[in-house]
Design a protein around this ligand. Structure first.
Ligand code: CA
Length: 224
């Protein structure tokens, strides 16, 4: 009799531990989800922005980036190629880049140049974009390297860019407006670091966490 009640007690203890364990796991998982990404009511309005991939792709990834930012260069070299290979080429994801001006005048100049290329030939944009990041020095990136001369040089090495048109557009009102539109989006989505990566309406806490990015992409593809 004593033995039996001892067994019941053990069973209750085990069940209690299991329930506590499950509750703890749920709490930890919920918190992890919250901390891995921040949800917004909408995704950014991408009209007037450069798009890589199929426009009809069901998932949109937006990078808020800055040509002067070393982490953006690192992201473009280490995460972006995998994303393009895994999701953009198959038409599941389209990629959009929005300019952030966290490094002052040089950021603004680089952004204006990229907008000017996109305005005259959207097909030339991504080539120019990559070349500009390639020019970012790996050491001493705070030194001045985005200059009008450098931008003209890169534009002249980009297929499909009319150089005279590019120079003219660089300081035009259209381009000033395009850069301002990006700054408004940067504010609207409370961007505090570059790169900030959004998958539809969710901003990743760690832009280099590719597993988390894939997890959200797959959820969005499943319509969750
Ligand atoms: Ca833009």
């Amino acid at each position: 009799m004593a033995k039996k009640s001892n067994n019941s007690f053990k069973l209750i203890m085990i069940l209690t531990l299991v329930v506590v364990g499950i509750l703890a796991a749920i709490i930890i998982l919920t918190q992890a989800t919250k901390e891995d990404a921040q949800s917004f009511e909408n995704m950014p309005d991408i009209s007037g922005q450069p798009i890589l991939g199929e426009e009809a792709a069901p998932v949109t990834i937006v990078e808020f980036g800055d040509f002067k930012c070393p982490a953006c260069k690192a992201w473009g070299e280490n995460v972006y190629p995998q994303l393009v290979k895994d999701y953009v080429e198959s038409g599941k994801v389209k990629f959009v880049y929005i300019n952030v001006l966290f490094h002052g005048q040089e950021s603004a100049l680089g952004a204006a140049a990229a907008e000017a290329v996109w305005k005259q030939n959207s097909d030339a944009y991504w080539d120019f974009h990559k070349q500009l990041f390639d020019e970012q020095p790996s050491a001493n990136h705070d030194s001045q390297w985005i200059t009008t001369d450098k931008l003209i040089e890169i534009a002249s090495n980009t297929d499909g860019v009319d150089l005279e048109q590019f120079k003219e557009d660089l300081t035009s009102q259209d381009i000033v407006d395009a850069v301002r539109l990006d700054s408004e989006l940067t504010e609207e989505f409370k961007v505090e670091m570059t790169p900030t990566i959004m998958v539809n309406d969710q901003a990743l806490t760690d832009p280099f966490d590719y597993e988390k990015m894939v997890e959200i992409i797959e959820q969005e593809l499943d319509g969750e």
